[in-house]
Write a protein that binds this ligand. Structure first.
Ligand code: URA
Length: 271
């Protein structure tokens, strides 16, 4: 395993801590307190499709509810992923990582593939990149339970190597079903792999980020807006003020598009 530069890790941590914390929404909360399930586990979140009954907009949770039982469908996808042996990754994983979050989330984050921490826990984005993603979500005035977090691949590639085309081809239908089920207003593609796969393009993330694109979810279905941004792991490796600002600018566009309040840094007039 590569030697860890502890100074670098601590410095990054402190800088990230400083940048993505301290945001607040002036005057109100982003989401009605009772609109999201509290439980943190995938099963509990997916099955408790609590939808805000009050008319307290704006909310990160979509309503009125669709007729499909999204929680059940997501649980069915997760069960299939758990049995999947379409590629060798299914046999070498510790745990499948189907994804987790609110079945009626308006924002769905899509990453690349689970890493070692995710493989160990069976949950997406729980390692260092995940902690940064949590901060980004919190900076947006949201809770992790109010969004859905998934990946292109549901199993960890060995040594965290890049997903192979055959693995993507085998695994993508699970994500497509999750997207179809949740039907989010906005997909946020984290990093080049997710963006290029979902948009079926070879354009680099540097060109794709910062603008809305369209994800085509199938014939007869309206396209879903997709915002591409840098992967949190890329931010950790390239932790410049500029890159953090890019991600924050991208997320602000998402919030504006959804009609959600854009938190401001406490004590500042503009952000
Ligand atoms: N990186 C990803 O792309 N996905 C995860 O779940 C964790 C790290």
């Amino acid at each position: 395993m590569a030697e860890v530069d502890l100074n670098r890790v601590v410095r990054q941590h402190l800088e990230m801590e400083g940048f993505f914390t301290g945001f607040a929404i002036r005057g109100k909360t982003a989401v009605p307190e009772d609109s999201a399930p509290r439980a943190g586990s995938q099963g509990a979140v997916a099955s408790s499709a609590t939808v805000a009954q009050d008319s307290n907009p704006p909310s990160a949770i979509r309503h009125p509810p669709s007729t499909m039982d999204a929680g059940k469908e997501l649980a069915a996808v997760a069960a299939e992923v758990g049995q999947c042996r379409k590629c060798p990754l299914g046999s070498i994983r510790k745990n499948p990582v189907p994804g987790e979050g609110h079945p009626k989330a308006r924002i769905m984050f899509v990453g690349e593939a689970p890493g070692a921490d995710e493989d160990a826990q069976g949950r997406p984005f729980v390692g260092r990149a995940g902690q940064l993603l949590d901060k980004i979500i919190a900076a947006c005035g949201l809770r992790r339970e109010e969004v859905f977090i998934g990946n292109i691949l549901k199993c960890r590639p060995p040594e965290n190597r890049e997903p192979r085309p055959d693995e993507i081809i085998n695994c993508l239908p699970y994500l497509q079903r999750q997207i179809e089920t949740i039907n989010p207003d906005i997909l946020v593609a984290l990093g080049g792999h997710a963006a290029k796969t979902l948009l079926n393009t070879v354009r680099p993330i540097g060109q794709l980020r910062g603008q809305f694109h369209e994800y085509c979810s199938g014939i007869g279905r309206p396209p879903i807006k997709l915002m591409a941004t840098f992967h949190p792991a890329y931010l950790l490796r390239n932790y410049s003020e500029q890159n953090r600002r890019y991600v924050w600018e991208d997320m602000k566009k998402v919030l504006v598009e959804l009609g959600l309040p854009v938190p401001e840094r406490k004590g500042s007039q503009t952000q």
